[in-house]
Design a protein around this ligand. Structure first.
Ligand code: NDP
Length: 480
């Protein structure tokens, strides 16, 4: 059985304990590889390697750093088809989705930040002929980059690319639930000739190696994407150490459909926003607010659209939904659906586990599920489920829907569907979330500041915001 290895100081190494965890293929429920069960000593080795590499990498000219990262991106692209298959097998997502979303974004992230450092500029403040101030932006040190399982390589590269481009070195911890493409990335880094120690990848349980990494005295900067509960923990343990911390957390995103929306576009986008990646994207629209005049018609059209979605073998091009990432997560989603029923929710379609034939019979599949009849303030409509489950909520007025949309503890993203552009702008300005789409969903420009309000996160990454985060501004004041 294939053994995944840690990547420390440019080499693939076993965990110091010699212990491994099982890695499952969610499409058939079988263990297919082993992932290091790393410990504090592995983190210490990785941080030491990264700290030593920082001395030279932080002084490497920008153009040279950009060239090295461009070569890395080219080498990732060379292995695209292998990475697509691996991401699908490890995560359960359809290969088609990995081919169009996850894997192309990895080289794109790296090229974007390799180019960005060459086009960055810094500020100058002139003091009426008395002095000039200029701002140096310098790399911080060893960055701890922690990523989740839903978009494994996509989100890992979204962090390591700006960190490395800015001159930091990195210790990354991918989710132990989906470690395979990070392992493949390690091998790609070796082939691309990435300088030793600038990127280190340590696999293992967050509960075991999370604290050793985030509270390590030599990791002054942390970029974390994951759940709100884990984010709170990281904020708590790192606060006394005054680290730079960026937290990209969960969401319970409203998707608001006004009666004057382009009906067909709104229906198909609502289905995509609810069920893409089996509903396991932090930006999924899991609360669907529909204006009363069109509620019934919209509901019927959405059910019809959902009936056509195929839950199936992630390898098949015809599958719209693949497997849920793990048995544990599947059971959590199913229990939330049961809870919704107990609260009086009506399941309009779906709601059950899907058992596929033959070799996939033990895979973790769930039907795309639509619920109605739950109040906006009940637990199901307030907390993140992170599965193929969408809840329909009718509304009468603009003011009412803004109140309901803003009623959760989250504030990550929102979508608004209306043909009245003034209303679109007005509602967008009143929604408490870091990203608001009008008449679309998941349209991403890598230059925008990305992040969440309230308990969806702290700070913004993306574009020059990422370069700001991964550098320390230093004011130099020169007397004239
Ligand atoms: P988790 O918070 O469970 O895990 C995220 C990462 O943190 C994993 O690598 C995990 O390791 C690690 N981790 C766990 N405990 C600790 C700890 N004490 N210290 C440091 N790291 C730790 O999230 P999930 O992996 O379940 O991902 C799903 C969540 O991510 C959802 O809430 C989703 O909304 C959110 N998300 C947010 C995004 C955003 O941009 N705002 C984007 C994508 C997802 P391990 O797996 O071993 O536990």
């Amino acid at each position: 059985m294939e053994k995944i290895l840690n990547y420390i100081n440019g080499e693939l190494v076993e965990p110091t304990s010699g212990n491994y965890l099982d890695n499952y293929n969610p499409s058939n429920g079988q263990v297919y590889s082993l992932v290091p069960d790393s410990e504090e000593s592995d983190i210490n080795n990785a941080v030491l390697a990264a700290k030593e590499a920082f001395n030279s990498w932080s002084k490497t000219p920008k153009q040279e750093r950009a060239n090295i990262l461009m070569k890395l991106a080219d080498t990732i692209e060379k292995y695209s088809s292998e990475l697509i298959k691996a991401e699908s097998k490890d995560n359960g997502k359809p290969e088609n989705l990995a081919a169009h979303v996850d894997i192309p974004r990895a080289p794109a992230n790296i090229r974007f930040f390799a180019g960005a450092i060459l086009h960055d500029s810094s500020q100058m403040h002139e003091m009426d002929g008395v002095a000039i101030n200029y701002t140096l932006r310098q790399p911080v040190g060893v960055a701890a980059c922690i990523s989740p399982w839903n978009l494994p390589l996509y989100l890992l590269t979204w962090k390591i690319a700006p960190a490395l481009a800015s001159g930091n070195t990195v210790v990354a911890k991918p989710s132990e639930i989906t470690p395979m493409t990070a392992f493949m990335l390690s091998k790609i880094c070796i082939e691309a000739g990435l300088p030793k120690g600038i990127l280190n990848i340590v696999h293992g349980l967050g509960s075991k190696i999370g604290d050793p990494l985030t509270t390590h005295i030599d990791t002054p900067i942390i970029s974390f994407t994951g759940g709100t509960v884990t984010g709170k923990h990281i904020a708590r343990v790192t606060a006394p150490m005054f680290k730079k911390v960026s937290l990209e957390l969960g969401g319970k995103n409203p998707n608001i459909i006004f009666a004057d929306a382009d009906f067909d576009k709104a229906v198909s986008t609502a289905a995509r926003a609810a069920f893409t990646n089996q509903g396991q994207i932090c930006l999924c629209g899991s609360r669907l607010f529909i204006q009363e005049e069109i509620y019934k018609k919209f509901k019927i059209a959405l059910i019809e659209k959902t009936k056509k979605l195929k839950v199936g073998d992630p390898k098949e091009i015809s599958s719209n939904l693949g497997a849920i990432v793990s048995k544990e997560h599947m059971n959590k989603i199913l229990s939330k659906i049961e809870e919704a029923k107990k609260l009086g929710g009506k399941i309009l379609i779906g709601g059950k586990r899907v058992i596929l034939d033959g070799e996939l019979k033990d895979g973790y599949y769930i039907e795309p599920t639509i619920i109605e009849g739950l109040s906006s303030d009940c637990d199901i409509n307030q907390t993140e489920i992170f599965g193929p489950v969408v809840s329909l909520i009718p509304f009468k007025t603009e003011a009412e829907v803004i109140d309901m949309a803003n009623s959760t503890k989250y504030g990550l993203s929102a979508s608004i569907f209306t043909e009245n552009i003034s209303k679109g702008h007005r509602v967008a300005a009143n929604i408490d979330s870091g990203v608001v789409w009008i008449n679309t969903w998941l349209l991403r420009d890598l230059r925008i500041p990305f992040g969440g309000m309230k308990q969806s996160g702290v700070g913004r990454e993306g574009g020059f915001k990422s370069l700001d985060f991964f550098t320390e501004p230093k004011n130099i004041c020169v007397k004239i």
